[in-house]
Design a protein around this ligand. Sequence first.
Ligand code: SF4
Length: 528
Amino acid sequence: MIRLSRLAIHNFRVADIVLTTLNAKFIHAAFGLRYLMANLGELKSRACLAEFDINQRPLDIAEALLSRNPRIIGFGIYIWNVEPTTEVIATIKQIRPEIKIILGGPEVSYETEEQKIIEFADHVITGEADLKLAEVCRALLNQSDSEIRNPQSLIPKTIPAEPPDFSQIALPYDLYTDDDLAHRIIYVEASRGCPFTCEFCLSSLDIPVRQAPLDKFLAEMQKLLDRGLKQFKFVDRTFNLNVATSRAILEFFLARFRHGHFFHFEMIPDRLPEALREIIAKFPPGALQFEVGVQTFNPEVASLISRKQDYHRLTDNFHFLRRETGVHIHADLIVGLPGETVESFGAGFDRLIALGPQEIQVGILKRLRGTPIVRHDAEWQMIYNPHPPYEILQNKLIDFSTMQRLRRFARYWDMVGNSGNFIETTPLIWGSTSPFHSFLGFSDWLHARTNRTDGIALMRLMELLFEFLTSELHLDPKPAAEFLWRDYRRGGRHDKPGFLKDFLSEEKVAPLRRTKTALPKRQARHSV
Ligand code: SF4
């Protein structure tokens, strides 16, 4: 039986316009959908939001949408939901072909006509649809019934939307419900666009950079703080681009800081002037998380993909963040870029490990629709999976089986290196050798032992890690067990795992986490 609470977050009600999307996870509150709703003007009272997630069955989603008896359904289409949403729309069009389907979102904003989902849509708004959607809905609702049945509708199928000026759009923060604030990830943005030109990135097409009017934005942030929101996820692609604005925002939050506050920002790594350093250093440990895209340490690769990066400044900024602040750094590297060999990627990984970020996300290159990375396809023999998320399968320098090894490396690194469950034990895997090559060896061994990259319970993973350290690397089991035991207790646990008992002293010890923390779990494990 379908549980109503999971089917849709918002009240089930009949509405002429339903705005909907399938989120990647229930916990993600759809930000774009709320922008569209906030900007519907007089049509707002005739509209409702309906959020789903990709783990729900398309047929059930179609049923829930049809039960609202809409005349128009607007779908937000993203890389993670395009396939199940295609099924939802195909079903709706079979049952109620007269319902107007409008698509929008990054996945349908480029290479639009080549996509299957477009066949089932009446209209597609490409670009930022905040204001354009209301215009299209107004026109559709004003059409007479005879016009609506007329296939020669005057409204074109593909409707380009110019990037709206921030001063013209309504901010959507009131549309987060109290339930959203209590249980879901809340996204905010102080700017849109990116001035840089990294060829793999959709944001490189997203110019010009536009700032939300600062006073208006901060007033909305104050309202969220007053409603009790503690964790803010900024989606600005380059939060530290405009130093004066980023500093003002950081000062605003620092002045209002309470226990449990947590702010996530995406930063470019080589821009941290003194004006920002000074304010960043004042935040308590764990309160700030920076997602820092490094992507490659190979200057030739960076140049091939039109990414400008000052490695000297990047290094200096990492040193500052790790030595003088309590910022949690989540750094990104990409596997599969044109010109990047396994060796040069590995050297970059080792360089990044030495800089000490708490997490390294190893991403596999994706060919996002519309991005100029395609210009390398012939020369570098880039072969991508045709299905979302369009990850690279092989290229001239990395064959398919090696790419698969690196894909598993990324997955296992996330489970072991990033999770915070093995902070002290992970470096034992490489000792004084190359972290990349040693972890790749562990990754190959782990895959041979388990034949899977998911569904490995924490205790089983811990036991396998102990086996690898002692049987494959021939480390002394007693100190290895002590390291694992300390990591295990860091999670607040104190029951000795059976496979470690023979190697640990008898004395009773308390869990390592001594102070209560309100940080997200993974960050909390890194902070003990
Ligand atoms: S990777 Fe980052 S810096 Fe480069 S275009 Fe994308 S958002 Fe901008």
